[in-house]
Write a protein that binds this ligand. Structure first.
Ligand code: HEC
Length: 190
């Protein structure tokens, strides 16, 4: 075979290979191709929504074990109303200490979320009260001073009488820190 013939045959070979490969790219995606080695296309694991013969109830998706909570999620098992607020007051404890960082964060929250109604100093003279909204009671009075942290947490989370809930605006930790700042305003921090 001359060198020229060899070159021509090689060119023909590459052209045919190219056409063959191109044909391979045009496969009909709606038709399942034959599987040679299984690879990982077909997993031995059960799919989430499949039934499962291993469990008695046949469900593959398992329910959480009763009494367990999602990691990092603290449930708030209280309903609306003053009775539930009292219960929260008896059962919940502020997990944060009144150190400078927490108080600073609390002050920030109070100025953003509470001061419009309660006033920067908590006296119940916020901006909205000068525009027709009935003023809330002063937070510096005995009633609010004696109110346990948990009850204030309930007020922030679900609201209290005329006070709207702020559970959607203020994160859990921030609610507790805001309460620390309320205590500072009241002058009852030890
Ligand atoms: C939209 C106005 C408004 C905002 C904002 C608001 N409050 Fe109130 N708050 C009220 C009103 C009105 C009351 C009185 C509710 C009632 O009639 O018992 C109240 C009551 C309270 C009480 C109980 C006081 C008492 O002596 O009965 C506390 C504690 C309190 N708010 C804390 C807060 C904190 C902390 C924030 C910010 C996270 C906040 N509030 C935001 C309007 C508001």
């Amino acid at each position: 075979m001359t060198a020229r013939n060899l070159l021509v045959s090689l060119m023909i070979f590459w052209c045919l290979l190219f056409l063959l490969l191109q044909h391979g790219c045009e496969r009909d995606l709606s038709v399942r191709t034959p599987e040679f080695l299984m690879d990982m296309n077909t997993s031995a694991a059960y799919q989430s929504q499949e039934s499962n013969p291993v469990f008695d109830d046949g469900r593959n998706l398992r329910l959480p074990v009763p009494g367990t909570i999602v990691r990092g999620f603290m449930p708030f098992p209280y309903g609306d109303g003053l009775e539930e607020a009292k219960r929260a007051g008896q059962e919940l404890v502020n997990p944060f200490k009144p150190d400078p960082a927490n108080l600073e964060r609390g002050a920030r929250n109070f100025k953003i979320y509470c001061a419009v109604c309660h006033g920067e100093g908590g006296k119940g003279d916020g901006t909205v009260t000068k525009r027709g909204v009935p003023p809330p009671p002063s937070l510096l009075l005995e009633n609010a001073k004696k109110m346990p942290d948990g009850e204030i947490y309930h007020a922030i989370t679900l609201g209290r009488n005329n006070m709207p809930s702020h559970g959607a605006q203020i994160g859990r930790d921030d609610r507790w820190k805001t309460i620390l700042y309320v205590r500072k305003l009241q002058g009852v921090l030890k």
